[in-house]
Design a binder for this molecule. Structure first.
Ligand code: PMP
Length: 379
């Protein structure tokens, strides 16, 4: 396997920051205790490390440590939030509002709720990828129990009007949940200021390890556990805590707080350079709102090309196609289609995701490779 590639797929996952790894390592060996062991120092040491991580994570998002529930990642956090909050509303014809361009880790649990009698409204987005706040307001009814709108899109980086949604949810007395997996650690977030009740995120998108994530649950909100046994995490998520992973997530959050502003500016400059050069190639266009998007993401269509063939010929750079692969079929991206794009153009689209370790030389290299591959394929 060739690992000498230039990695521009940081929305899929990020490398673990060496400082994060260093912090985690002792918790695999000499500090191996179970954080729930109350009777000896091994347990106390693990518990202290978990509490420290809870504080680091809470600080990044403006929450209180006890509002952080550890999970195995954002997929689990989304499931826990959506299924856990609706449990008390079963059989009352409850209504949820979400959006067509959400991640499958939101759309699939919602589909299950629809099967058990809930009504779900999926808001459309405009060609820039943004929801319409008037449409959102018009869809809220007396039966609406939850609004679930993602913070920033994983394919385009488009950032939804979270503060306005929070205000609306507050005004109409509806709970507001956001899948912030792509946004946490990348842009400043304050859950109180934004009126967020539930928020999911994941360590491996912010230079932490895979298999650990969190759900922010605002104080006094009760959600039903999806995994029972032992009553860990204030009864909302049982199971022995993944101490090394949690320590890594905490450190990753601390580093994000430290580097966020710098990373955002530097990657914005690199992303703009990448985009300007790619957009010089004929038949290219950039997807998503020009300003309301994350500074490290670029989603580019190459008209008339087969994205899969383009990916294959770009064997020295790791990028991803703007489409979701299911087990047997490759479907055009529901995100791009939701923005009004044709299947053909959606298939001809690539996502470039820059990260903390991306260099200018790598961007220059990627531009050169893409230009060459497109020219060859068009011949
Ligand atoms: N939501 C969004 C927006 C994502 O980008 C991802 C990761 N692709 C997930 C949820 C799922 O996260 P995890 O890999 O931690 O389960």
């Amino acid at each position: 396997m060739d690992t000498g590639k230039v990695y521009l797929d940081n929305n899929a996952t990020t490398p673990v920051d060496p400082k994060v790894l260093e912090e985690m390592l002792p918790f695999f060996s000499e500090r191996f205790g179970n954080a729930a062991s109350r009777n000896h120092a091994f347990g106390w040491q693990a518990d202290e490390a978990v509490q420290n991580a809870r504080e680091q994570i809470a600080e990044l998002i403006g929450a209180r440590p006890q509002e952080i529930i550890f999970t195995s990642g954002a997929t689990e956090s989304n499931n826990l939030a959506i299924k856990g909050i609706t449990k008390n509303h079963e059989g009352i014809n409850g209504h949820i509002i979400s959006c067509q361009t959400e991640h499958k880790a939101i759309l699939d649990p919602l589909k299950q709720l629809e099967n058990s009698g809930f009504e779900v409204t999926y808001l459309r987005v405009d060609p820039d990828g943004l929801i319409d706040l008037n449409e959102l307001e018009a869809e809220i009814t007396d039966r609406t129990i939850l609004i679930s709108i993602m913070y920033a899109n994983n394919e385009t980086g488009v950032i939804q009007p979270i503060k306005e949604i929070g205000e609306l949810a507050h005004k109409r007395n509806v709970l507001f949940m956001t899948d912030a997996t792509q946004a946490v650690g990348k842009i400043p977030i304050d859950v109180d200021e934004l009126g967020i009740h539930l928020m999911s995120f994941s360590a491996h998108k912010m230079y932490g390890p895979k298999g650990v994530g969190a759900l922010y649950v605002k104080s006094k909100i009760k959600i039903d556990a999806q995994i029972d046994g032992g009553g860990h995490e204030r009864g909302m998520r049982s199971g022995t805590l993944n101490v090394p992973g949690i320590v890594g997530m905490g450190k990753a959050c601390e580093l994000c707080l430290q580097f966020m502003s710098n990373d955002e500016t530097r990657l914005g400059i690199l992303r703009d350079k990448l985009e300007q050069q790619l957009l010089r190639i004929s038949g290219t266009s950039c997807n998503g709102h020009a300003e309301k998007r994350l500074s490290h993401v670029s989603n580019i269509s190459f008209e008339g090309l087969d994205g899969e063939k383009l990916l294959l010929s770009l064997n020295e750079i790791a990028v991803s196609q703007g489409s979701a692969c299911t087990s047997a079929t490759v479907e055009p991206s529901h995100v791009l289609k939701g923005m009004g794009m044709s299947d053909e153009l959606a298939f001809a689209t690539l996502r470039f995701g820059l990260g903390r370790f991306t260099t200018e030389a790598e961007i220059d290299f990627a531009v050169e490779k893409v230009e060459r591959a497109v020219t060859q394929l068009r011949h």
